[in-house]
Design a binder for this molecule. Structure first.
Ligand SMILES: Nc1ncnc2c1ncn2[C@@H]1O[C@H](COP(=O)(O)OP(=O)(O)OP(=O)(O)O)[C@@H](O)[C@H]1O
Length: 505
């Protein structure tokens, strides 16, 4: 094996009710792309937060380049050559790229010099980016480039990436991988967290697998099948979602020629959207993030209102009805942003269950909340969707990303919707849980519900959809039967790579 850059020895970190990392040890080599795999809640984020100085281990030690390493804060980690690109970007929409990058620097150089350095790094690493563009106008992939370039300006020895490809198109993933391969060839090590096992097989030299906070094995991804890796994470054999033959019923929900102005300066206007979904149908809607997905969900859920006849439910006009009134009629939605939109981070799971469940589950009557029933409903969601948490009174914020996602989807599915609209239902969810969520959507459709599944995961859409349409700059393509649709055809429906340039590394 190559020289060791970072050695983790017996790292342990406990939270109330759960040992997030239990005696985790492994080495990351110089110039190695090392994958960190594990189910939701296995402890991956906790581990990288310890490396990046955001969380202090209860016990154990780290050795960086032969020297004891115990960063008290991220600034210390950065000074020692550790950089991290987070799942959620922390950028200011109203500022330009260079200004955003300057904000994160201890001693930013004059703007012109910084812009020149950004240009140089972006050219060297094949990540085209104009330093003077306003961040609010950038696609998700371009925003990620800002974060990556911010890291590369520090000349890191170890770059940590948490789920970097979940916001990218297939073309953008290729560009990112070229960049990472170049970094590796220069001796930079990369610690790479992802649930996308085929991507790990294509990119990573080595993988460490965590289960319930423990290191349960290592493998060479190239020589291990995705299925075997998934089974190592879960400890049992994996089930592939099964779709039973379903006959589609009458039209459940429809929109005809709907145009809606952009909700904010950086939002997307919906343009002449026409959509029909039948009872028993899963309509998959693909597209690159930021092409009107949130806006479409808001129009369907009732967060954004329109003229009554612009949205029809079983032929009845509902465009003017707010989310509560639509819920009463059976139109439920689970938005993409789980912390802050789908769930209130500081509220308990019980309180979050009440937020969307009160109407259909009868949890509040005559102005009084029935907390017993609410708790039972939250518990039911936890059990049915295998949400790993100590209990219903835990704050939504304390759940790992994937577990909160399971809660958010489960909470809607269990309310027996007539029409369910979901956006990125398995975002950040591990393979086994993603399969369970997809199966739940298929089962719901099999019972006669109409499901609209907005997602950037094309494999997911192909696995569960009956019909497929793509959103591109607020326009929805005509739907096509998902059966036999090729990736190239889908790419064309999505409008290509959204102004992306091919990397010239
Ligand atoms: N701040 C916290 N307070 C309480 N519990 C926490 C906290 N952070 C993490 N945990 C718990 O520690 C465990 C490990 O969580 P972690 O976020 O590290 O998992 P993960 O492998 O990154 O999961 P995912 O793939 O879903 O992001 C989980 O059970 C989680 O609920």
């Amino acid at each position: 094996m190559s020289d060791v850059l970072l050695s983790l020895k017996g790292l342990t970190k406990a939270y109330p009710g759960v040992v997030a990392n239990d005696q985790v040890s492994f080495d990351i080599g110089v110039g190695e792309v090392h994958a960190l795999l594990g189910e939701n809640g296995a402890g991956k984020s906790t581990l990288v937060k310890m490396i990046y100085g955001l969380v202090k281990p209860d016990s154990g030690e780290m050795v960086l380049n032969g020297t004891p390493y115990a960063p008290a804060e991220p600034r210390a980690a950065r000074a020692d050559g550790i950089a991290m690109v987070f799942q959620h970007f922390s950028l200011f929409d109203a500022l330009n790229v260079a200004e955003n990058i300057a904000l994160g620097m201890e001693n930013p150089p004059p703007m012109r010099d910084l812009a020149a350095r950004i240009r140089a790094v972006s050219e060297t690493y094949g990540l085209p980016l104009d330093p003077y563009r306003t961040v609010g106008g950038l696609s998700a992939g371009e925003r990620q480039r800002v974060e990556i370039i911010r890291c590369l300006l520090q000349d890191p020895k170890l770059l940590i990436m948490d789920e970097p490809t979940s916001v990218l198109t297939p073309q953008e993933v290729e560009i990112l991988f070229e960049t990472l391969r170049k970094l590796k060839s220069e001796g930079t090590s990369i610690l790479y967290i992802s649930h996308k096992l085929e991507e790990i097989r294509a990119l990573c030299d080595h993988a460490t697998i965590l289960r319930l906070g423990k290191n349960v094995g290592e493998c060479v991804p190239r020589d291990t099948s995705a299925r075997d890796m998934a089974e190592m994470m879960v400890g049992t054999a994996l089930k592939t979602p099964e779709r039973s033959g379903r006959a589609l019923g009458p039209v459940a929900l429809s929109i005809k020629g709907l145009s809606v102005a952009a909700p904010s300066a950086f939002g997307t206007a919906l343009k002449d959207v026409t959509l029909t979904v039948h009872q028993g149908e899963i309509l998959g809607i693909g597209g690159v993030a930021g092409n009107g997905q949130d806006e479409l969900l808001s129009v369907l859920s009732g967060e954004v209102l329109c003229a009554p006849g612009e949205v029809l439910l079983h032929g009845e006009a509902i465009g003017h009805l707010n989310p509560i009134r639509r819920r009463k009629l059976g139109v439920l939605a689970a938005p993409e942003e789980r912390l802050g939109h789908a769930a209130a981070p500081d509220m308990s799971l019980t309180e979050n269950a009440l937020l969307t469940g009160s109407v259909r589950e009868g949890l509040a009557q005559g102005g009084m909340i029935n907390w017993g029933a609410t708790r039972r409903f939250a518990q039911q969601v936890i059990e049915a969707f295998d949400v790993r948490t100590p209990g219903t009174e835990n704050a939504a914020r304390s759940l790992s990303g994937g577990n909160l996602q399971k809660f958010v989807i489960g909470r809607e599915v269990l309310q027996d919707p007539d029409v369910l609209v979901v956006n990125q239902p398995t975002w950040g969810v591990d393979a086994a849980a993603a399969a369970a969520i997809r199966q739940a959507l298929l089962d719901l459709a099999a019972k006669g519900a109409a499901v609209i599944c907005i997602s950037q995961d094309l494999d997911e859409l192909m696995e569960i959809s009956d019909n497929f349409a793509a959103l591109n700059e607020g326009r929805l393509s005509a739907p096509r039967s998902a059966e036999g649709l090729s990736v190239d055809e889908i790419g064309l429906m999505m409008g290509g790579a959204h102004g992306m340039e091919v990397a010239h590394v």
